[in-house]
Every structure is written in C-alpha cells, then in structure tokens.
Design a protein around this ligand. Structure first.
Ligand SMILES: [Cu+2]
Length: 157
C-alpha cells in the first residue's frame, strides 16, 4: 500500500514539473515574439487613375527596435515605401523616403498619420475601395514581422 501511494505521488510531481516547464516556455516565447503591437491600420479610398495610396497606423514597442520596411501584397500595389511628409522652402508639400527606417523606443507610440509619416502604396493595381481590407507586413530589425489587416475607409477616422 505504502509503495503504491509513493508511486502515485511521484507521478503527480512529475506531471506538475512538466506543466511548469511548458508554462515557462510559453511565456518566454510570448515576450520574444510580440514586443511590438500595431493598431488602427487604415487607408483612404482612392479614385480611378490615382497612382498611389497611403496607409496609416500606430506602432508601439516595448524594446528598442527599428521598423525597417513595410510590405504589401503585389495584388494591391507594386511596392510600399515609408515616407515622411515635409514642407519645402517654397511652402509646397513634398515627401521624403525614410531609407534608414523608423526608430522605435520602449513605450513611445509612433503614429503614421496624414501630413506626417505614412506608408505609400506605389503604383496601385486597382483603386482602394471603402470597405475593402488588405494585409500589410511590418518588418523590424529585431522583432519578428507583424502582418495585419488595413481597413480602407472613405474619410479619415
Ligand atoms: Cu508618400
């Protein structure tokens, strides 16, 4: 009787150890793969003949990182570029490509917004229609890539 009870106890203890190990693994993976969150991704609908579209979103990181590039399916546009809107010396609006990416600091939200930073969808395959969604993928220097849906809207939210 005594030996049987001991055997059961040992099996229970082993089962608990396995559960603890799994839990530790799981939480370790979470912090390694999701230090960055991206929210509120949207794009304005475009009209026929408009060559480019723009995507806006907010990105927040818990660690120092760099948003290096954004990718868009080739069914949506030829490619995507990260742009910064600037006002030229003559007062005209212009855009400059952010070749070295966008620095992310822990806990500081970076917002892509009209008149500021945006992801330009270069050479749209078809006009962006309100109600449509498509995926973009954000690639970082350190964190794993994040793919998320972009909602096409008639006017800025
Ligand atoms: Cu642009």
């Amino acid at each position: 009787m005594g030996a049987l009870r001991n055997g059961r106890r040992r099996r229970l203890a082993l089962a608990c150890l396995a559960v603890v190990a799994l839990a530790a693994c799981g939480s370790g993976d979470d912090t390694a793969t999701t230090p960055i969150s991206v929210s509120d991704a949207w794009a304005l609908a475009t009209v026929t003949g408009q060559p480019n579209g723009a995507v806006y979103f907010t990105v927040m990181s818990t660690a120092d990182d760099t948003l290096e590039q954004v990718k868009v399916p080739d069914t949506v546009a030829d490619h995507a570029e990260m742009h910064q809107s600037v006002t030229t010396a003559t007062g005209a609006m212009d855009m400059r490509e952010m070749d070295s990416g966008v620095a992310l600091e822990p806990g500081t939200a970076v917002t892509f917004t009209p008149g500021g930073m945006h992801v330009m969808l270069v050479d749209l395959i078809a006009p962006l229609a309100a109600g449509q969604t498509f995926d973009i993928t954000l690639e970082f220097a350190k964190a794993d890539p994040i793919t998320l849906p972009v909602a096409v809207v008639e006017s800025a939210p």
